[in-house]
Design a binder for this molecule. Sequence first.
Ligand code: DX5
Ligand code: ZN
Length: 227
Amino acid sequence: MSFDRSLKIAPSILSADFANFGQEIEAIEAQGCDWVHVDVMDGHFVPNLTFGPPLCKAIRKHIDTVMDVHLMIAPVDPYIDAFAEAGADILTAHLESGPHIHRTLQAIRGAGCKAGLALNPGTGVEDIDYLLDMVDLICVMTVNPGFGGQKFIHSQIDKVKKLRAMIGDRPIHIEIDGGVTPQTAPLVVDAGADVLVAGSAVFKGGSVDNPAPYGDNMRAIRAAVAG
Ligand code: DX5
Ligand code: ZN
């Protein structure tokens, strides 16, 4: 994975047909997505349950781009090796997931993955100074994690600006997760984001039998940003 700050769209398969992940992933890649975002939830750190390493391993062979795994779980450390072995390119853990995020980020890189750090909407940027040189991506949650289809939280735009200034020349992606639409995407890209996760805004109106809307939806986001 080489680093650049060009716009990347990462559809969240949380909004895909759960009975058909393989074909859904192939459809969004054929329609031009950049990464595939995989939301892992444990029913404890967040109030929803999705899936774990075996499913990640099963879908890995359908992903030609980048497997971006968002861990909404606590604790994280006991599961890092399993997600790495499942083929994750990026493993993102939450700052709020436990008292030892520094150790968690070390372990993610130690397992051979790019390390992501996610921040809940209520979390400030004050505590990340000593983590900046250990991360490849910072994920700004623009909804409270747990569910797709929620409303974008505008106060997070200011956080993105602060992070962009803190990052400077470091090769760290700023990813936005939650409520991304053609309306909200330009706000966060202007503030400094380069990776946009989008679930409902990408998958709406389409299916594996009718994948063209996935492409239309992604082009609408790119056009809004470019405009
Ligand atoms: C929320 C997840 C998101 C979610 C985004 O906890 O981390 O990735 O699927 O969904 P939308 O784009 O529908 O807000
Ligand atoms: Zn996510």
